[in-house]
Design a protein around this ligand. Structure first.
Ligand code: SAM
Length: 203
């Protein structure tokens, strides 16, 4: 849990306020994208675990007017201009895939170019349980990505490092031509989170 006092001195929190991003996490996606260039203009991007919407704002900037962004969360996401928002549980994979496919079709697309996920469980304070729940969410994100991505599409997901992390990393490696792990500067130093990037979906 991040204390209010820590937020006041957090430069990414301040920058997010100044630049109109809904979350400091927006800078994590900016830093991941600067390094891996996984999102480009015109792309159709699916953002899983998207509330309050910082990543979706960044994705929308990166894809531009010709692109499409579809954002999914358990919680209601306040409207973002030109972004389709869906309220779904990503662990209910079949239903979520159907809802996203319908949204893609409504925007004239039949596949996604990029799937990104910053989904995180409600923290219980029990490290093992939180790692397991993070693994479950990342696994759901991978399943959804493989079903929606075009051949050669890209994937980014958060996962908490721990017992299940090597298994998850191997799973991404099986499905993508290039797999990397990255901790952006905007991730808090004490955080166990890491982002796994898969480039070039094998289809
Ligand atoms: C760290 S926040 C995402 C922040 C977001 N990337 C941003 O920049 O605003 C994690 C999100 O994952 C969502 N989440 C957790 N479990 C989920 C699930 N089963 N299905 C959909 N969303 C989920 C939470 O509701 C929460 O909004």
């Amino acid at each position: 849990m991040v204390k209010q006092a820590d937020l006041k001195t957090d430069r990414f929190y301040k920058a997010a306020k100044e630049e109109g991003y809904r979350s400091r996490s927006a800078f994590k996606l900016l830093q991941i994208s600067k390094k891996f260039k996984q999102i480009k203009a015109g792309d159709a991007v699916v953002d899983l675990g998207a509330a309050p919407g910082g990543w979706s704002q960044v994705a929308h900037e990166l894809v531009g007017d010709r692109g499409v962004v579809i954002s999914v969360d358990l919680q209601t996401i306040e409207k973002i201009e030109d972004v389709v928002v869906l309220t779904n549980d990503i662990t209910n994979e079949e239903e979520t895939i159907k809802a996203i496919k319908d949204a893609l079709v409504s925007k004239g697309r039949d596949t996604a170019d990029v799937v990104i996920s910053d989904a995180a469980p409600q923290m219980s304070g029990n490290k093992d349980l939180d790692q397991f729940r993070s693994f479950e969410l990342s696994t759901a994100a991978l399943t959804i990505a493989v079903k929606l991505l075009k051949n050669n599409g890209n994937f980014v997901t958060k996962i908490f490092q721990g017992e299940y992390y090597p298994q998850f990393y191997r799973g991404v490696k099986e499905k993508f031509q290039i797999t990397k792990a990255y901790a952006p500067e905007a991730s808090r130093k004490r955080s166990a989170e890491v982002y796994v990037v898969g480039k070039g979906c094998k289809g």
